[in-house]
Design a protein around this ligand. Structure first.
Ligand SMILES: Cc1cc2nc3c(=O)[nH]c(=O)nc-3n(C[C@H](O)[C@H](O)[C@H](O)COP(=O)(O)OP(=O)(O)OC[C@H]3O[C@@H](n4cnc5c(N)ncnc54)[C@H](O)[C@@H]3O)c2cc1C
Length: 487
């Protein structure tokens, strides 16, 4: 959608082909009309933050005043106790007890000494968090939730997950944050965020409106069924080759794309194609077929899925938090969010709602649970915590999404590199976004990838999409680096 917006602003024609029945992907907002009015929810909590000023301007232009700053309150629940997140030292110490506090300090000190004498090899997420925080602290608020998200042991999760998600976070930075809360901390400790009044999906609905108004079709419930290409015989790249370096192979280009919907199939002949289709699905669409090494690597790029339960609650407020994490293994869901705490427009006055996220693999036990089974799993636990009573649950909605989290196992990087290198070898094809590049992006990075793909087309110079958000300095650099490239 960001690509389309950028291209349309530059006077180009686009066709958006979207498999779902609404735009916005994982950042869309769903609306449920109940007796009491409209209840809106995102797919899990969606805060927007970025140090990329261009993106704020991009969104403000779309939403005008329907875009506000929200103060963040989030907690995590361990052993039935609720702790503030980001951690506040006093809040933790008042609840965990002296024994655990001493174990945290001891383990942390032990890891630091061990690091000097015999450092842990840094391969997995577990290696990273044990070295950085010590076992007791890592188990307290990192390992359990991470294993719940991924369905893998932390020793089987790539270290990239740690460097991407908790980069800059350390005991020292957490202590600084606790002692000097006004100073800004690293990425995961941000205290407020921007949010559209009617849900994160408004950004993408606004783009849809703009591009349709300019005469460009947005085809919903439609998907590509074949991507035809021509050029040099495709050869598999060396796995060590760096991805996204912008070295398209001259002569290899997409010629036509067949799309299908319930009304039939038709062929488009685009100048360029920008795709957020997951690699395992995408590579099978290419005709002629890619080399077998590419098909094989793409088939190994797996995703974690989610099942969602959205409860309509007969209460003005369920909790103070935007969301609460539940790392404990004996609690079947991973996070709850109250959308009204993002914007009061998300539920009618006097009522509220709760979004409950379950992590799963497509086809597993949780994936196959029906609505009543999910209600029976979740509601008694939430009742015990005192959020609401069962009789206050007015209605429940349930849905599933596959391809939510690109699975960062220990080998994903090599497979992703192989596939992306081949895709980036096309002159006029751009893989972008979270599923498209198999990268755990947030909205800001997906938007930037889309904008860079559009800029590549507009300027004729392929931008480096792969490294968007990959470096720690990204947040300091903001869009200025990209603006520089735009020339
Ligand atoms: C629970 C949860 C919480 C999140 N919280 C935040 C947050 O707080 N802040 C934040 O910034 N981000 C958050 N995100 C991430 C954010 O949703 C994503 O970064 C963003 O939506 C990714 O956009 P994308 O376009 O890259 O991919 P997607 O949103 O996955 O969009 C891909 C699009 O491609 C379409 N598509 C896929 N296959 C096909 C096909 N074969 N044919 C046609 N169309 C196809 C999909 O239907 C979809 O519309 C969260 C995500 C989740 C799941």
């Amino acid at each position: 959608m960001a690509s389309a917006m950028e291209l349309v602003r530059a006077g180009k024609s686009v066709t958006v082909v979207e498999k779902a029945d609404q735009v916005g992907g994982l950042a869309k907002t769903l609306t449920y009309i109940e007796e009491d009015g409209a209840f809106r929810t995102d797919i899990g909590p969606h805060r927007f933050f970025s140090k990329n000023q261009y993106l704020y301007e991009f969104i403000e232009d779309l939403l005008k005043e329907e875009w506000r700053q929200v103060r963040r309150l989030t907690r995590f629940c361990v052993d039935g106790k609720f702790y503030l997140y980001p951690i506040r030292i006093r809040n933790v110490l008042s609840q965990i007890g002296m024994v655990k506090a001493f174990r945290m300090i001891f383990d942390y000190a032990w890891e630091k000494i061990r690091g000097l004498v015999a450092p842990r090899p840094q391969r997995s997420f577990e290696d990273y968090v044990l070295s950085a925080f010590g076992r007791t602290l890592a188990e307290f608020n990192m390992i359990g939730y991470t294993e719940k998200i991924w369905g893998l042991r932390c020793s089987e999760i790539s270290i990239n997950w740690a460097t991407q998600r908790i980069k800059g976070l350390s005991v020292v930075s957490a202590l600084k944050k606790a002692l000097f809360p006004k100073q800004s901390g690293p990425k995961t400790l941000i205290d407020s965020f921007y949010y559209p009044s009617f849900g994160s999906g408004c950004i993408y609905e606004a783009i849809r409106e703009r591009i349709e108004k300019a005469g460009n079709p947005v085809l919903l419930n439609t998907e590509p069924s074949a991507i035809h290409w021509e050029g040099k015989p495709a050869s598999a790249p060396a796995p060590s080759a760096r991805l996204g370096t912008g070295s398209a192979t001259a002569g290899r280009r997409v010629t036509d794309v067949d799309i299908r919907s319930s009304t039939g199939t038709k062929t488009l002949t685009p100048g360029s194609v920008i795709s957020s289709v997951p690699p395992s699905v995408l590579v099978k669409l290419f005709n002629p077929a890619p080399p077998v090494e590419i098909l094989d690597a793409a088939s190994k790029l797996k995703f974690r899925s989610q099942v969602y339960l959205f409860l309509i609650i007969d209460k003005n407020s369920v909790m103070q938090d935007n969301w609460i994490y539940f790392p404990d293994k004996n609690i079947p869901f991973g996070r709850i969010s109250e959308m009204k705490n993002f914007s009061t427009e998300m539920a009618p006055p006097g009522k509220s709602s709760l979004m409950i996220e379950f992590f799963c693999f497509e086809g597993d036990r949780i994936w196959n649970m029906d609505k009543n089974a999910l209600v029976n799993e979740a509601v008694p636990i939430l009742e015990r915590f005192g959020f609401f009573t069962r009789s206050q649950v007015l209605n429940a909605h349930h849905f599933r999404i596959a391809h939510v989290y690109p699975l960062y196992d220990l080998h994903y990087e090599e497979h992703a590199r192989t596939v992306m290198k081949w895709l980036d070898g096309f002159e006029n094809f751009y893989a972008v976004g979270r599923p498209g590049r198999f990268r755990y992006t947030n909205q800001d990075h997906s938007l930037e990838m889309g904008i860079l793909a559009a800029q590549s087309i507009l300027t004729g110079v392929r931008k480096d999409i792969e490294t968007v958000g990959a470096e720690q300095e990204y947040f300091e650099r903001g869009y200025h680096g990209a603006q520089g490239q735009r020339g």
